[in-house]
Design a protein around this ligand. Sequence first.
Ligand code: SAM
Length: 244
Amino acid sequence: MRRFFFAANGAEPGDLVFLSREESHHISTVLRLRPGDIVELLDGYGGIYIATLVTVSKKVSARLEEKKELRPEGRSLIMAQAMLKGKKMDTVVQKCTELGAHRFLPFYSERCQKKPDPRQDLKRTERYARISLAACKQCQRPDIMHIETPFSFADVVKQQGLEKTVKLLFWEDEHQQRLDDLVFPDTIGSVMVLCGPEGGFTEQEVATARLQDFQTVSLGPRILRAETAALAATTLVQFLLGNM
Ligand code: SAM
């Protein structure tokens, strides 16, 4: 069944709801669905509604028929990725969505080739959100990955509200601590993963992160490309959290 995201705003079965411009375009122009067709609407937080299309035009409306709630995953993964060159960031956003990351925090560190630019950053964040929404539909993920506008390095390592979070910085110069040395007690609520840019983290950045309780972790003796390291770290931590 075709799936689309919508802003539920407390809507209940029986209510008539309206879909966004993007989703309406997808339904009416791309998929050419018709009034009476049955679809699934996702509220982005695990709520899935069976709905009947009522009007199909620039602003699609649908009648909610039934609601089913999907149990969110236990402990969540927060992915913080240094801005990468070209389209690599799009790939990391898409794959982290498929792999079930809960939040995605892009950031600028010293060796990032891309530099902070408020106007560009807004456009980038909107594009990442579109890429992630499409990936949610493709992988049948009922909840959205929350994508935030890019941070500075100093701000991303000082995220608030992470008292029950294990914080891991993936560093190719870490030669002791490997992932399978780590234990994730049931008491933790989430794991935050920090992965670097093509040029890696500076020693100063690693020291700053350690002061914010980040542990440095190795992914083995080979130096992985930044986008490979991001996928390996996300997959392995999701596996260790029981989310795979
Ligand atoms: N600074 C390095 C260089 O240019 O020689 C390489 C950086 S690597 C391409 C990019 C990022 O991937 C690193 O900042 C780190 O987060 C991650 N990474 C790559 N290989 C890794 C490994 N073996 N263990 C842990 N993290 C790794």
